[in-house]
Design a protein. Structure first.
Length: 287
C-alpha cells in the first residue's frame, strides 16, 4: 500500500515555465488588493472597477471617470493643451512631467470641461492621481479656476472629483498659492448662487483636502477613500496618541460630520443626478 502511494502519478500543480508566463497577456487579470480575489480585467471594467466581492473601489483614470459620470457624447474639454512650466528650475521636473504625459496620455493632473448628467448641464473637473500623484501645481489651479469662472458665466453647477497627494513640491509657493486662488473662485461661485458638489476619491490629501476639495455645498466620497491633511504617523507623533484604525477614511469622516454622504461608484451618477434635480429652480423642474 505504501508502495502504491509512491507509484501513483502525482497531481501536484507545476510551476509555469517562463514561456508559459509570457503567453498570458499582460493586464488580462487583476487582483483585488483588499480581498485578494483575482478577476478578469475586462469583467471588472464592466462593473465600474468595483470589486464584486468586497466592494473595493479601484482607481480609475480621469477620462474613465468622465465616461462613467456624464451622459454619453456630451463632454467638451477645456484647456486640454495647458502644460506646466518650471518656475523654480527644480531638478528633473520637466523630464518627469514629460514621462507622466507619455504614461497617462494627459497633459496635467486634471481634466476639465462641460457636459450633462441625466440631462442637466454641468461643468466638471476630474483629477487623476497617475500624473504626479495628482499633485496641485499652477496648471491644476488655473484649470480649476477657469472651469469655475465658466460655470459662473454659463450659470451651471460645478462638480469636482478630487484625487491628490497635495501640493506639488516642485513648484513650491506657486503650488500653495493655488489653495487661495481656487478657494476665492469658489467663493465667487457661491455668491453667484450656483451649486458646487465636491466628490472626494482615493486619495485626497494635503493642500487639496485643505482647500477646494472640502468647500462643496455638498461633500461626498467614495467608500474607503483616504481623506486627510497630514499623514497618520505625523499626527500620532504630534498628539502622542494612537489613532483609530479607520482614521482618515471616508466612513470615519462621515461619522464625524465632515462628509454628507458616502456613495458607491455604481450609484454615483444617479446620486449626482438627484442632487442636480433637487437644486434646479422650480420653473425648470416644472418645465
Amino acid at each position: 500500500m505504501i508502495r502504491d502511494l509512491f507509484s501513483k502519478k502525482k497531481k501536484y500543480a507545476t510551476i509555469p515555465t517562463e514561456q508559459a508566463k509570457q503567453e498570458v497577456p499582460e493586464g488580462l487579470m487583476t487582483k483585488c488588493p483588499k480581498c485578494k480575489t483575482i478577476m478578469y480585467t475586462k469583467e471588472l471594467k464592466k462593473i465600474n472597477m468595483v470589486c464584486e466581492r468586497c466592494q473595493h473601489h479601484f482607481n480609475v483614470s480621469a477620462y474613465e471617470r468622465i465616461d462613467l459620470t456624464l451622459d454619453e457624447g456630451t463632454f467638451q474639454e477645456f484647456d486640454g493643451d495647458m502644460i506646466a512650466k518650471d518656475p523654480l528650475n527644480f531638478p528633473s521636473y520637466l523630464e518627469k512631467s514629460k514621462l507622466d504625459r507619455e504614461k497617462t496620455n494627459l497633459n496635467e493632473a486634471i481634466v476639465t470641461g462641460e457636459g450633462k448628467i441625466k440631462g442637466y448641464p454641468v461643468v466638471i473637473g476630474v483629477m487623476d492621481s497617475r500624473f504626479r500623484m495628482g499633485s496641485m501645481g499652477s496648471v491644476v489651479g488655473e484649470k480649476i479656476a477657469r472651469a469655475i469662472e465658466h460655470a459662473i458665466r454659463e450659470d451651471k453647477p460645478f462638480i469636482l472629483f478630487a484625487a491628490s497627494g497635495g501640493a506639488r513640491m516642485q513648484e513650491g509657493v506657486f503650488s500653495l498659492m493655488q489653495m487661495a486662488k481656487t478657494s476665492a473662485a469658489l467663493n465667487q461661485l457661491h455668491e453667484h448662487g450656483q451649486l458646487f458638489i465636491s466628490v472626494l476619491t482615493h486619495p485626497t490629501t494635503g493642500g487639496v483636502s485643505a482647500s477646494f476639495a472640502s468647500l462643496g455645498d455638498i461633500n461626498i466620497a467614495e467608500p474607503g477613500a483616504l481623506i486627510g491633511f497630514a499623514g497618520r504617523r505625523i499626527i500620532e507623533q504630534t498628539i502622542r496618541q494612537k489613532l483609530p484604525d479607520d482614521f482618515q477614511t471616508a466612513e470615519f469622516l462621515l461619522e464625524h460630520g465632515q462628509l454628507d454622504k458616502v456613495v458607491s461608484r455604481n450609484e454615483m451618477r444617479d446620486t449626482l443626478g438627484l442632487f442636480l434635480d433637487l437644486h434646479q429652480p422650480k420653473r425648470k423642474r416644472e418645465g
